[in-house]
Design a protein around this ligand. Sequence first.
Ligand SMILES: [Zn+2]
Length: 299
Amino acid sequence: MRLKFWGVRGSIPTPGKHTVRYGGNTPCAELRLDDDELVILDAGTGIRNFGDHLINNGESVKAFLLITHPHWDHIQGFPFFKPAFISGNELTIVGTDREDKVLSAIIAEQMNRIYFPIQLQDLKARITFIPVKEEQEIPVYGATARIMFVNHPGFTVGYRLDYKGKSVVYISDNEPFDRAVAPSLSNFEDIVKQKFLASGDDPNQRVFDFCKDADLLIHDATYTPEEYIDRVGWGHSHYLFTLRVAAEANVKRLYLFHHDQNHSDDKVDDILKKCKKEVKSRGYRFECEAAIENSEIVI
Ligand SMILES: [Zn+2]
């Protein structure tokens, strides 16, 4: 498998001279299986450049688009994904329904006439939706995708793809679950809280298990531990927790992801340096890197 990052920034695009090296687009990654079968992880603003790249290559597009959750930074690029406008292309969009709204409506509504000039039904590509549930497994070409609720406001999921003995886990947004804090967080879903509370002594065990032995883990590392103190309940990890997930799960490679909107390139460099030092001093065996827009990984 091969993976390319097209957007690595969390929450909001951050153009400007201080974010040029890591990139300012919000989450999107291109995962290629053998024979180039295409899986797209999230449709943040990075998907616009990716779509243009596909068009420039003259590639007809047949793809699975796995959406972690419909917060803006994960769907905002979709209306600008040019392959969706082209007849003959096929997109299968995977994500969760809400109790009060199905996935297709969730995606369509960001293109409501009030917010956008073109509606979902005007797109020429054949678009189908697969609403998924916690712990469900779905075939994605020859791979298997597994789904798990993570600790983030709304019904947010992580994806694990297993393919020919290799595995990739994508958890873009996830906060350490704390039993003492969780009851006070009214914007987190009760169903998700119950799943974590039932997970064992450490409620985060379900995340560790989900990532078990992955060849590649892409995980939220939005904050420093110092910043996190004032951002409990915002739905994101500090890097020490991210490292812990990788260590507990015995992954081979970790990519820090969803860089904070306020972090300059130099700040991300500094975080990566601290993480590498931490990995060494704790005797962790995985490789740790920070996701960079336009960089590629062979898995
Ligand atoms: Zn996000």
